[in-house]
Design a protein around this ligand. Structure first.
Ligand SMILES: Nc1nc2c(ncn2[C@@H]2O[C@H](COP(=O)(O)OP(=O)(O)OP(=O)(O)O)[C@@H](O)[C@H]2O)c(=O)[nH]1
Ligand SMILES: [Mg+2]
Length: 457
């Protein structure tokens, strides 16, 4: 980290101020070459002056200075607050570059903060989550993790495993001393306990993901059952084309709405049927393919036409994938009572969830449908200011991997293996937990994480 980096830290648009950040050992030198003021720059101070380049006055600015190691990156940092015009901001950045700084890569300030021990990896990831947060809840969770809530838990879990390993190693490596050899079965309760605690954190991911990304929901069903009509009603405007011609929707139509305290990412799909029309066929294939990414499927049946073999085929596909789904019977305004009873009976016999009855045309049953979705995914009773919630897939995957190793350690005990074999898996579990906070990560992982940051952070 011998270079001094710079980037614009604010969004480039006309605004009150823009900030150009400079980090590295030459920060102060560079600024002193272009900044003229009646006062001297002191650490932790911000002073007023002007940027002058080759004798030309450029802008009135405020410059702050943070001396290493007491700064965001742990290096010397200067920040120039200039007027927030696109041109002047870019010009000052150019001048800083001409005077010896190099352009920072996305996330490089935070990467340096991590490498200099100013924050751990999960905290750095919380920074990007805070920047990208779309809801208040998401911001609170990111802020908690930035404060180190996740780090603290991971550290304490890891320390307990390391302590156990130390006890085992002492008893194995120094038998001449009077340490009792650790009996393999004696470590099982602690391991089981840790696996449970980690699983508890993993379980928060489902809610965390909903808070962060919303609920992905697909409206599926045969052609002409009213899928696009339902999308339009939920969205409150005519997003998708609706006609009485089966096969109207060809490609996936997406819309995002707020429901309860989360976001619904709705995909209206092409009605599923066997067709020779090549474009419609591709649409039908897409409808089935997107199931992979869905948290919920609304399966629509046209009550007027009744339920068919194809409906059951698709419903059983949804069930086999273990997806959450709601069966919806639409066009209740046109559905006769006996026909409805027949459909209800058939659904019951096939073990399919009890349907919600709606008529998009008459706007009936829609609120009931919404309530049902809210109840399925509601996170309002979540105490996110106290509870630890994870929203990063990387964290979830590593936590699950560490549970896997703990379970392997328990298996070795059950197989009657000696304690030093058991210890190998405990070590792997602790190493895996370490990757979450960046204690045991490769350069590749670090680069991948910081690439996702924006420029200037
Ligand atoms: N009577 C009645 N007609 C409805 C209702 N909902 C939708 N329709 C009509 O059914 C027809 C088909 O509606 P769409 O929303 O285009 O159906 P779709 O499922 O998207 O059809 P595809 O895109 O072809 O798969 C249109 O003429 C709608 O006006 C309803 O609740 N009652
Ligand atoms: Mg449609």
């Amino acid at each position: 980290m011998s270079t001094t980096i710079t980037a614009i830290g604010t969004a480039l648009s006309n605004s009150g101020i823009s900030i150009i950040r400079i980090s590295g050992k030459d920060s102060l030198n560079i600024v002193n070459k272009i900044f003229k003021s009646s006062s001297r720059l002191e650490p932790n101070h911000i002073i007023y002056g002007k940027i002058v380049n080759n004798g030309i006055f450029m802008d009135n600015v405020l410059v702050s200075y943070f001396k290493a190691p007491h700064s965001y990156t742990g290096e010397d940092i200067c920040e120039i607050n200039c007027h927030g015009g696109n041109e002047i901001t870019k010009e000052i950045l150019e001048i800083v570059l001409e005077n010896g700084a190099v352009l920072a890569e996305p996330g490089e300030f935070s990467k340096r903060a991590f490498l200099n021990g100013k924050m751990d990896l999960s905290q750095a990831e919380a920074v990007i989550n805070l920047i990208n947060a779309k809801t208040k809840t998401e911001s609170r969770i990111a802020a908690n993790n930035l404060e180190g809530n996740l780090s603290k838990r991971i550290r304490s879990l890891r320390e307990e495993l390391i302590e156990l390993m130390a006890k085992i190693e002492v008893s194995v490596d120094y038998p001449e001393y009077d340490y009792d050899e650790v009996e393999p079965t004696s470590v099982v309760p602690l391991l089981e306990n840790k696996a449970r605690e980690i699983q508890h954190i993993v379980d928060t991911y489902e809610q965390g993901k909903i808070i962060k990304d919303g609920v992905n929901v697909a409206i599926l069903g045969k052609p002409n059952v009213g899928k696009s009509s339902l999308l339009n009603t939920l969205a409150n405007y005519e997003k998708a084309i609706v006609t009485d011609i089966p096969g109207t929707t060809r490609d996936i139509v997406e819309e995002t709405i707020n429901l309860g305290n989360f976001v619904l990412n709705i995909s209206d799909t092409a009605g599923i049927r066997d067709t020779d029309d090549i474009i419609e066929k591709i649409g039908v294939e897409k409808s089935l393919k997107i199931l992979e990414e869905m948290d919920l499927v609304l399966y629509l049946i046209n009550g007027e036409d009744g339920i068919s073999k194809e409906d059951f085929e698709i419903l059983s596909k949804i069930q086999n994938k273990g997806l959450k789904y709601i069966t919806v019977i639409n066009k209740m305004d046109k559905t006769r009572k006996e026909a409805l009873n027949g459909i209800l009976e058939e659904l019951k016999n096939k073990g399919i969830n009890e349907p919600v009855l709606i008529s998009v045309q008459e706007n009936s049953g829609i609120e009931e449908l919404k309530d049902k979705i809210i109840n399925m995914f509601d996170t309002s009773d979540l105490d996110y200011s106290h509870e630890l919630i994870i929203t990063n897939q990387r964290h979830k995957d590593l936590l699950k991997k560490s549970i896997g190793y703990i379970n392997e350690a328990i298996d070795e005990v059950n197989k009657g293996q000696p304690i030093d074999i058991v210890s190998i898996y405990i070590k792997k579990a602790s190493k895996t937990l370490g990757e979450i906070i960046g204690a045991d990560v490769t350069q590749d992982v670090i680069s991948k994480i910081f690439e996702k940051f924006c420029l200037g952070k």
